[in-house]
Design a protein around this ligand. Sequence first.
Ligand SMILES: [Zn+2]
Ligand SMILES: [Zn+2]
Length: 527
Amino acid sequence: MSLFDQKTVCKYCVEEIKPCKDEGIQCLECNQTVHLRCLKRGSVPGGLHGDVFFTYKCAECSASGVEVFIRNKASWMQIIVLVLYHLREKRPGLARRGFFHWRHHVASFIDKNWDIIFPPDTKMKKKWRGTIAGTLSHFSPFIFVSGTSIFNEPAWWTLKYTSLSPYVITQLHAEMINEKGVLKSKKLKVPSDAELFHKVLGVYVEDEEYLQTFIVNTIQVDIKDDYDKVPAVRKPVRTKRKGCSSSLNNPRKLFKDGSASLDLPIKPLRTEPEEKVQSQINCPKKEVTENAEGIKLYDPFCHYNTSLNKLAYLRGTSLYTKITGGIRREPFLSPYSEIYLKPYIRRDTEVFPAWLKLMAEIQLTVNTKYDDDYELPPRAPIDYTYVQPEHIPAINSLCNQFFWPGIDLTDSLKYPDFSCVVLYKRLIVGFAFLVPDVSYTENYMSFCFTRPGWRNCGIGRFMVYHLIQTSLGKDITLHVSINNPALFLYQKFGFKVEKVVLDFYDKYLICDYNDKSKHAFFCRLER
Ligand SMILES: [Zn+2]
Ligand SMILES: [Zn+2]
């Protein structure tokens, strides 16, 4: 007997219903089944992929003529299977080689969709997140597979049988429990859950196609793997830039004195999985000093290019985005909050940073020589936006130049709500990032940077202001070098120094061009 033997057809379209492929939901009254895709309302409430855990009445059987859905109470196993199945299908980009993080992906998804997943008035128990972790281990390795052996940390999970739908897995599990009861009543030896599940699977699912088990995704680009494929550059950028003979080519010199930088490098967060930190800070001191060949760079094409001119290298951006300099005009969906973020945070037409003043002066001086009536062309506004994939190469490149090599801020795309990128036309002039949820009550400011020449005119202030606005109700913490004038800005916003961390930047500031102290203040803004 196989679960796939019974042939059912959809009540609405009269085509066959194929379990695991073209799932259907059964009407309580007429017992006929309807494809999820054929439902009159377009999808089940909440739209979760493969979600059939409702008590359903078709349009014909319901008194009002409208389909009725009542959420069934589901076990945690069912819920997690459902969420992983949905994420696999709809959010494959979040996965790390096919695995999802139980807290950042699974628990946060459940948290955000609580009202969809649970029957109304289901109370959130205090330790429900812990239940998720427990459930995953309990049903491992026959329903869930852990990525521990691959990532060296026990946080990554996925479904073992990738082709089985949540409904079929639930059926199999019910059969397994059934079988267990039978064995117990006969006082026979009960094998382990894993063995029993496998046995049930063999009986009910005959088709090999459905028995495919998860294979670690090697095609998908993993940031860390990618480092190895990039050819090493012989010398760090800085040395190369020093070769520029003209001082005009090197704007930093002009503005070195008195420029208040707002830069503070990231601290490897204890709550962050080690691998993740590694991918952000791929620059352990040891590796660099031992490796005389030079430092591996993430993106050799974009390394010297800190404007957005290399957009042609970026796939997945629309032509419109490319020709308008990477500034999007349409709202985009945040994978973190699942809300649409506006393409702009703010547009500033007033501010006149020192660098633009200098440029204007040069333009005036040159042009008034030949034309007394010369007028400067209108200035472009300064745009504050949320981080977008097309910003990342330029931001990484700036980090490589101004902080230390190997920084990769790709992860920030997972929570664009907590970012601010400042653009002048196609040039990135500043950026600031928060890492959300480093602890239950705390967000951490990982980077805040304004280009030299664009400082002291409120850009950094607005970025910090914006980030504070995004994390209402949560403390914000940060590290700042003890001789970095940005400290005054943070203090103006109410950040208080909590402690001094000696040699905090020791690991990072390996190149001695940075004039910042290696000691840091740890500051907190209490909410
Ligand atoms: Zn149908
Ligand atoms: Zn019906």
